[in-house]
Design a protein around this ligand. Structure first.
Ligand code: FAD
Length: 406
């Protein structure tokens, strides 16, 4: 089988790139190792920049008919009674909220729309196991499905296969890895309808909890110092539940819902960045090019912005059947500055705000820098703006070949 663009992975980056390129008339095959998009929680935040993208594509109204929660505030509280609020209501966008929607609904929406283009193919249960390389050039992927192993030749291969990408390993691209000082346990607890709709950050003595409103349940992140997961587990579930209640007393009536450690997923927080995103015939985007920290919930947004920028750069060379190294480097050039800046800001929050909070044993207090930011009119809108829109907002420049007048 041959195609023009093979995309490994159908997460936010692969799905959006597949949509945009096939809409521009480029034959695309997206290979996804799972049969469906239902999987562990990996972030369900659709930020204003993604809603703007859908709006440009004429899809926002239909998308927002899917069940979702609109959240416009992030509230940080300490158990000592301090509180501050970040608001998205002044973000310069038509959409001044984060839409919380299961990631699988978003991916299903994007791929079902892409499937209307004859140039789009999604292969499910197709696990990419390696790259086809000839004469120093990547010429496609090797993948496995129920029928066995196959080859898919392509003018360009895009690695959008996430933070453990097989393709970027096969492409042997140099990588810079940092070790953030935190890890996270994720779990769910029921949410009552009378509870406020917001994202809550809770700081207690040596404790940090983030609660994301998912309508009928809270998706909870229990943040702890890196590598201490086994120690916390060894103390037992009762001690874990007691820690949760210490920092979020209102959860006392339902914390018993965590019946076993199987319901508590460990996220080993990992941050890395490829020094070079491409090699002849291959380009990495999204988490495959740069795994983001969960701080600020930026990963999906950044991955989708990568995909948009990549489609803007690639559609014309791909329609002419060849993509030069310079073109691939242009994608990195357009996106790298934003990614590096966001990773640096996440690193600052991790080491200057989260780590000190986790290390403190006395009465918790809000970090002075957060107080300064929220009390200064010029500064207070910067964090919500970064979360909502990122650093740069690539607009769709690739055409719609099937509806040229749109
Ligand atoms: C627990 C957790 C919580 C998070 N919370 C948030 C949040 O609230 N907000 C936010 O913005 N970000 C969040 N993130 C980060 C976010 O999920 C990622 O940054 C984002 O999904 C990256 O998109 P991507 O398309 O690059 O990669 P992924 O979403 O990882 O998608 C990669 C896709 O490739 C597929 N794949 C992998 N290997 C292969 C293979 N060999 N062959 C074929 N297919 C393959 C995978 O199945 C997957 O579908 C969270 C991440 C985790 C782990």
């Amino acid at each position: 089988m041959t195609t023009t663009c093979a995309i490994a992975g159908c997460g936010p980056a692969g799905a959006v790139l597949g949509f945009l390129l096939s809409r521009a008339g480029i034959p695309v095959v997206v290979l996804e190792k799972h049969n469906d998009f239902l999987r562990d929680f990996r972030g369900d935040t659709i930020h204003p920049s993604t809603l703007e993208l859908l709006d440009q594509l004429g899809l926002a109204d239909e998308f927002l008919k899917l069940p979702h929660r609109k959240v416009s505030h992030v509230q940080v509280e300490t158990t000592a009674g301090e509180r501050l609020r970040f608001s998205l209501e002044r973000v310069p966008s038509k959409f001044r909220y984060i839409a919380f929607m299961p990631q699988w609904d978003f991916l299903e929406f994007v791929t079902s729309h892409a499937a209307r283009f004859p140039t789009f193919t999604l292969l499910r249960n197709a696990e990419v196991v390696g790259l086809i390389e000839r004469d120093g050039l990547v010429r496609g992927v090797r993948y496995r499905d129920a029928a066995g192993e196959h080859e898919l030749e392509a003018a360009l291969t895009v690695g959008a296969d996430g933070r453990t990408a097989v393709t970027r390993e096969a492409a042997r691209l140099p990588r810079l890895e940092t070790s953030p000082p935190i890890d996270v346990f994720w779990f769910r607890l029921p949410r009552r309808q009378d509870e406020a709709a917001a994202v809550f950050g809770r700081i207690g003595p040596g404790l940090l909890l983030v609660m994301l409103d998912r309508n009928d349940y809270w998706q909870v992140a229990f943040v702890f110092p890196k590598g201490k997961g086994d120690e916390i587990r060894a103390r037992g579930l009762d001690a874990f539940r007691a820690d949760i209640v210490r920092v979020a007393p209102e959860l006392a009536d339902r914390v018993g819902g965590i019946r076993s450690w199987d319901e508590v997923k460990l996220l080993t927080v990992k941050v890395d960045r490829l020094l070079k995103w491409s090699t002849p015939g291959y380009l990495a985007i999204g988490d495959a090019a740069h795994a983001m920290s969960p701080v600020g919930g930026l990963g999906i947004n950044v991955a989708i912005q990568d995909a948009t920028a990549a489609a803007n750069v690639l559609w014309r060379p791909l329609s002419e059947g060849r993509v030069s190294d310079r073109v691939l480097e242009e994608v990195q050039h357009r996106r790298e500055r934003a990614v590096r800046l966001l990773q640096a800001l996440q690193g600052f929050v991790q080491s200057r705000i989260l780590q000190p909070a986790l290390m403190s044993t006395g009465a918790p207090s809000l970090p002075w820098i957060m107080k300064l930011i929220t009390r200064t009119p010029f500064l207070r809108d910067i964090p919500p703006r970064l979360i909502a829109l990122g650093i740069e907002r690539p607009h769709v420049e690739s055409p719609d070949r099937y509806n040229p007048g749109a």
